[in-house]
Design a protein around this ligand. Structure first.
Ligand code: FA5
Length: 352
């Protein structure tokens, strides 16, 4: 076909093309590898210099016009398709919109934040400690004698280490069994008077039931000054529980033993699940064990580099306590099984 006929033919075909696919086929028919216009360019090398220049110029003109027409038609087809789509689309503005679900905080985070706010308002700072802790901070520094059965009070997850038995306590690691190690870590770096709380995750190798988990949360409290006493402790804890539960409840202090306090006690509160009548959660006693507490042992002060209280009124004294956050949350939100917190069950979490 000569250039003139190609021009007439391409114009006709482009005009009749109904969609992008047809247009693409036309483009390839003329400008593809074996396309008709391409072939004209290929044949130029056989022509004389003069003809080559003349036909080459005409072929270039034809190619540019062809490309321009394809481009124009493509835009036209796209525009028509857009208009057709819009015509077909119907928007029903009376339909209700899609609801965006918003999540909420986990009950343990909620209780932690609420407790932090209450203690903050009573002048307590928030401190932190590591979850992987050395035996020194978790036990020895807290006055647990080596090989003393007291270490077994808290079934421990010990980390595997090469030649562990030969390492000093500061180089042997455990998953912390309580947040009490943070007492020493804090007192090593800060001079009293001080008031802190330390919320955090703790781990114990124990069988689980409605009231026990092997991974749960503690909140440590520590208040140290010149003359801080058990009376201050009782006042602060009563005020704290009153604000948290916004209801009348009783607490009781029972003498207890923790190597890092002297004297030591355990604090129970009325079981709010059964209102003190006795249920499976409180082992039918009507009381729920909430925290351990006591006056900081002189050895703990010494191990933190501080001088404990002495008769000439030199040195420091104060109280410490460790609350089970899960149990508090269970009381606050009336949850009867601690394992629900860690189940990842959305049907449970959505009720809070
Ligand atoms: C301690 O861990 C001491 N460090 C507390 C302490 C701090 C005493 C400062 C004196 C001074 P205890 O082992 O009792 O104490 O644990 C504290 C609280 O954690 C308990 O009262 C209980 O509420 C909670 N708790 C203990 N074991 C579990 C468990 N397996 N699952 C859930 N909560 C638990």
């Amino acid at each position: 076909m000569d250039l003139k006929n190609i021009k007439i033919e391409t114009q006709k075909e482009i005009k009749n093309a109904k969609n992008i696919k047809a247009l693409d086929e036309i483009f390839r028919k003329y400008l593809g590898k074996k396309g008709e216009i391409t072939q004209i360019f290929d044949s130029l090398k056989k022509l004389s210099e003069e003809k080559k220049r003349k036909i080459g110029r005409q072929a270039n003109l034809l190619k540019n016009e062809f490309k321009e027409e394809i481009k124009k038609k493509l835009e036209k087809i796209k525009k028509e398709e857009r208009e057709l789509k819009l015509k077909k689309e119907k928007i029903d503005i009376s339909r209700p919109g899609k609801k965006i679900e918003s999540g909420h905080l986990h009950p343990l985070t909620l209780i932690q934040r609420e407790i932090e706010e209450i203690f903050n308002s009573m002048g307590f700072e928030i401190a932190e400690g590591p979850e992987i802790e050395s035996e020194w901070y978790n036990f020895d520094g807290l006055n647990f004698p080596p090989d003393h059965p007291a270490r077994e009070m808290q079934d421990t997850f010990f980390l595997k280490q090469k030649n562990r038995e030969k390492l000093p306590p500061s180089k042997k690691f455990v998953l912390r069994t309580h947040t009490s190690p943070a007492q020493i870590r804090y007192m090593e770096k800060h001079q009293p008077p001080l008031r802190i709380i330390v919320p955090g995750r703790v781990f114990r190798h124990e069988a689980t039931d409605a009231g026990h988990e092997s991974n749960f949360y503690h909140l440590e409290g520590l208040m140290v000054g010149k003359d801080i006493s058990v009376a201050n402790f009782k006042a602060i804890i009563e005020e704290f529980l009153r604000r948290l539960f916004k209801t009348d409840l009783e607490i009781r202090l029972r003498p207890s033993y923790f190597p890092f306090v002297e004297p030591g006690f355990e604090i129970d509160m009325t079981c709010l699940i059964c209102k003190g009548k006795g249920c499976f959660l409180c082992s039918k006693t009507g009381w729920l064990e909430l925290m351990g507490a006591g006056m900081v042992h002189p050895n703990v002060f010494k191990n933190s580099g501080l001088i404990p209280h002495q008769l000439n009124n030199e040195g420091w004294q104060g109280f410490a306590f460790g609350i089970g956050l899960d149990r508090l949350s269970m009381m606050k939100y009336k949850i009867n099984d601690i394992r629900l917190f860690y189940s990842g069950n959305l049907r449970f979490l959505k009720q809070i």
